[in-house]
Ligand binder design. Structure first.
Ligand code: GLN
Length: 310
């Protein structure tokens, strides 16, 4: 007999297949070639059960869903004080690639938008780390959490590097305010490699469960992150993970989450589970259309909203 959660996820995937809205991201040329029909869902509980449905073994690039994990790595490597000095804790209410900084401090608003993620990427390992060391650090942490060795997709990396004027502009802006000190090209290249890591929804759900559990790996029982840093990462995800749709997401779905332009959405429900959906067509805020719908339904059907009193 199939597990009831498994049955539920399979019927959810069937229902979502009829949804046709959204557009593929095109500003990274390789993403425009994605198959818009792909649809996968996975849920990993903090007690180590993993359930998948649909295209659960399809690999895609993690894109901005890497940001919470890079943030967690930087908090471990440099401590909260150093990280908080460089990157704020407030929602920006703006698009993910907006050229904006906090008015007083000149820090990026948070680690979930590109400006903040570039600052976070440079903080990895230590003050004198090189480009490859930082990439190894973030790919290493994501691999540890996923429970398998993850790799950078060369084609996506090259494709985004050929179209990275916006991120270079952000990096130069950060340098002009003393937030970045490395060459803009090196920080952008490292960050783009971080975004080009191949994952499946199963990987993301397990990685999310590591955050949801307060840093204890759901499959091995090993402590992989300090719980205080998981709390900080989940807090910023809940206020800024879905970009300008973050407030609406919190009201309707109520699960700390992060989306990416490849069509992935990762939710991490404290004390309960990591949940991932992959479907490439995006809405105007850059969030997966079917991903958002899937989370709205799961939140409602399974009573997952963190603000729900009963
Ligand atoms: N690599 C992408 C970028 O920097 C990630 C953006 C996203 O997933 N929203 O533009």
């Amino acid at each position: 007999m199939q597990h009831p959660v498994q049955d539920y996820l399979s019927s959810l995937v069937d229902r979502l297949r009829a949804e046709r809205g959204g557009e593929l991201a095109t500003y990274i040329p390789v993403l425009a070639e994605a198959d818009p029909e792909k649809l996968g869902v996975a849920m990993a509980t903090v007690t180590g059960r993993v359930h998948c449905a649909g295209d659960a073994d399809t690999e895609f690039t993690i894109q901005s869903v890497s940001k919470p994990f890079a943030y967690a790595a930087a908090l471990v490597d440099r401590g909260a004080e150093t990280v908080d000095d460089a990157v704020g804790l407030n929602p920006s209410g703006e698009a993910f690639n907006e050229l904006s900084l906090e008015e007083q401090s000149k820090r990026p608003d948070n680690a979930m938008i590109n400006a903040g993620a570039l600052a976070v990427h440079q903080l990895l390992v230590g003050p004198f780390a090189g480009r490859q060391e930082r990439i190894d650090r973030v790919v290493g942490l994501m691999s540890l959490l996923a429970g398998r060795r993850l790799t950078v997709d060369r084609a996506t990396y090259e494709s985004e590097m050929g179209a990275s004027d916006r991120n270079l502009a952000l990096a130069h802006m950060l340098r002009s305010h003393g937030i970045l000190h490395d060459r803009a090209e090196d920080v952008v290249a490292g960050y783009v490699a971080q975004c080009s890591v191949l994952v499946t929804v199963r990987d993301l759900a397990v990685m999310g469960a590591c955050l949801a559990s307060g840093g204890v790996h759901p499959l091995t029982g090993e402590r992989v992150l300090p719980s205080l840093f998981c709390r900080q990462v989940l807090s910023v995800m809940s206020t800024a993970g879905m970009y300008e749709a973050a407030g609406q997401w919190m009201a309707h779905v109520g699960i700390p989450a992060k989306s990416g332009v490849s069509g992935a959405v990762l939710g991490a429900l404290p004390g309960q589970a990591g949940i991932a959906v992959f479907s490439p067509p995006l809405d105007a805020a850059g969030n997966s259309v079917r991903g958002v719908l899937a989370f709205e339904r799961m939140s409602e059907d399974l009573n997952l909203h963190v603000m729900e009193a009963d």
